[in-house]
Design a protein around this ligand. Structure first.
Ligand SMILES: [Zn+2]
Length: 279
């Protein structure tokens, strides 16, 4: 079974990778203009539709200047996915000994339903799960999700944003945003209009949390592997280039919420572009 929780450090910051569900998934229909041959070869699969380990992941960052949760999983709907650990983020926080009231900031890479679900309805809390947290989301995602028709992609976001606005906890951002001295949101649009990745910097060390700018680490080598759901394919490719350069410049450790726990690595410049090196 996939792992559901792992902790590591970046400088003086303690990072916990927490799963809200870890299914195996056939990714062959996930990408636009799917490079079946390249995918199968690069991943060492026997055929392109072989299921691979996937994750609906969140990260908790404790750095002495705040307790930051990056994304909040599927919420109560997660238990219906049938995935190992589905809908168990509250249990993972308990395992870690973290109380919902200790979380000072929630950072959303974007507002898809697998990224903001536990903002609401955490057992034992009121409607707002993290009553003391300021919730950071790019204004363009707020506008996009609130302004779109109700669908399976927007339903959770509409309810979450309305409740956060009602409770005066929503902090919309419009560019790079410092959340704590160690945590910065970096706009990487494409998947959604206001998609952001997260940089953790502490004690001279760096961590990039990609969000959905990369559902698989090899997208750091293949910037043109574009998820079919991405709203702006060109921006999606450009954002992977921006993140790859940033990660290479800072020699940052890199991880992603949809990568199995714990997948980390580094991005190096090579003649052909970039190379992904698993840590
Ligand atoms: Zn996602």
């Amino acid at each position: 079974m996939s792992r559901l929780m792992e902790t590591f450090t970046v400088g003086n910051a303690e990072i916990a990778a927490l799963s809200d569900g870890a299914p195996d998934r056939d990714m062959s229909s996930f990408f636009r203009d799917f490079d079946a041959e390249g995918w199968t070869r690069a991943l060492g699969l026997t055929k392109p539709d072989d299921p691979i380990p996937f994750n609906f992941g969140t990260f908790l960052i404790r750095s002495g200047t705040g307790v930051v949760l990056v994304d909040s999983g599927f919420g109560t709907a997660g238990s219906q996915t049938g995935a190992p650990g589905g809908g168990e983020l509250p249990a993972r926080l308990r395992d870690l000994g973290v109380d919902a009231g200790e979380i000072t900031a929630v950072v959303h890479t974007h507002l898809h339903p697998d990224h903001c679900g536990w903002d609401l309805d955490l057992p034992g809390e009121g409607e707002l799960s993290f009553p003391n947290a300021t919730v950071y989301v790019h204004q363009k995602d707020v506008d996009h999700f609130m302004g779109s028709e109700e669908s399976q992609f927007t339903r959770t976001a509409k309810r979450v944003v309305a409740a956060l606005q009602q409770g005066n906890r929503l902090s919309p951002i419009d560019g790079e945003q410092t959340v704590t001295p160690s945590v910065t949101m970096i706009p990487t649009p494409g998947h959604t209009p206001g998609h952001c990745s997260v940089m953790v910097a502490s004690g001279g060390e760096h961590l990039v949390i990609t969000g959905d700018a990369a559902h698989h680490p090899l997208q750091f080598e293949h910037h043109d592997w574009i998820p079919a759901v991405d709203i702006d394919p060109e921006a999606s490719v450009a954002s992977r280039g921006k993140l790859a350069n940033l990660a290479a410049d800072r020699q940052a450790l890199v991880t992603g919420g949809h990568w199995p726990i714990l997948t980390t690595g580094h991005v190096r410049r090579v003649e052909s572009g970039f190379k992904w090196e698993p840590a």
